[in-house]
Design a protein around this ligand. Structure first.
Ligand code: SAH
Length: 262
């Protein structure tokens, strides 16, 4: 996958992608991340990327011209090298569709992505109207720029690309992949400060372990994010488990206090 990012601060991306899984993915050419400074696409002496908002008000707005020219230049570079059928051009904005594991899975299917990071008050509306094909928000809060949101999106997408996570980490059981939260994880020692690892995990019996994990997944989702269960396909036995747990007098087991969470 090739990801092109338009930003005023390319240096911000250096650290997150220089370590661990990401570094390996880049070294193994599973992904390439090209950073473009929007300022490089200006033509005036001062390299002006922003201007005052029409109508007045505080803050500055990113001008459309450098962003259009940067995207057009990236697109022609990509198209000169290979045939591309779909090329999402994504604006990071708190007004976009809310990012999720499902959207990460959807984006991971493309061979190219272009991400545009806004700054200050945001970008000229004509970028949204006539250039971008998608708008993504990472949550209902406002950040100073689109760089951290772009890194969040890139991280979530890249770890889904084939070969990026080694066999030591499987994305299949992760929280939100199948609409549920992951079961609790433990490592050695089997007893730490008197707290034991659940018996089922020490049994070595794969069927028993799988059953325990599935039950914990359901129980945990029910406790923390019950609304997720409504959208998930559970087998009859699992539905019965949910019904049993939600029926009084078992309801009290579902409280989120520390004693009863595990
Ligand atoms: N005035 C704008 C917010 C601008 S914040 C508004 O009210 O909608 C400046 C930039 O930060 C945005 O252009 C966007 O690129 C980025 N940004 C801020 N919060 C974000 C979020 N929750 N998700 C994605 N991008 C965000």
């Amino acid at each position: 996958m090739r990801i092109d990012v338009l930003t005023l601060f390319p240096q911000m991306f250096e650290a997150p992608f220089s370590f661990g899984i990401f570094k390996r993915a880049i070294n193994h050419k599973l992904v390439s991340i090209n950073l473009h400074n929007i300022r490089d696409y200006t033509h005036d002496k001062h390299h002006t990327v922003d201007d005052y908002p029409y109508g007045g008000g505080p803050g500055m707005v990113l001008k459309p011209k450098p962003i259009f020219e940067a995207v057009e230049s990236i697109k022609s570079d990509i198209c000169a090298k290979e045939e591309v059928t779909a090329l999402p051009i994504i604006l990071l904005t708190p007004q976009g569709r809310l990012f999720s594991q499902q959207i990460a899975q959807e984006l991971a299917k493309y061979s190219h992505l272009i991400l545009i990071c806004g700054h200050y008050e945001g970008v000229d509306e004509r970028v949204r109207e006539h250039l971008v094909t998608d708008e993504i928000s990472i949550g209902d809060y406002v950040l100073t720029g689109g760089e951290l949101p772009a890194m969040v999106v890139i991280d979530a997408v890249v770890r889904l690309l084939p070969g990026v996570l080694g066999s030591e980490t499987s994305p299949l059981d992760d929280s939100h992949v199948n609409g549920l939260l992951e079961y609790p994880q433990y490592t050695r020692p089997a007893v730490y400060r008197g707290w034991s690892v659940p018996e089922a995990l020490l049994s070595g019996n794969h069927a028993q372990i799988a059953k325990w994990r599935r039950e914990q997944t359901i129980l945990r989702t029910l406790k923390r994010r019950p609304e997720l269960l409504d959208k998930t396909n559970l087998c009859q036995e699992e539905r019965q488990l949910v019904e049993r747990l939600t029926s009084s007098p078992n309801r009290s087991q579902l409280s989120l206090d520390k004693e009863s969470i595990e």
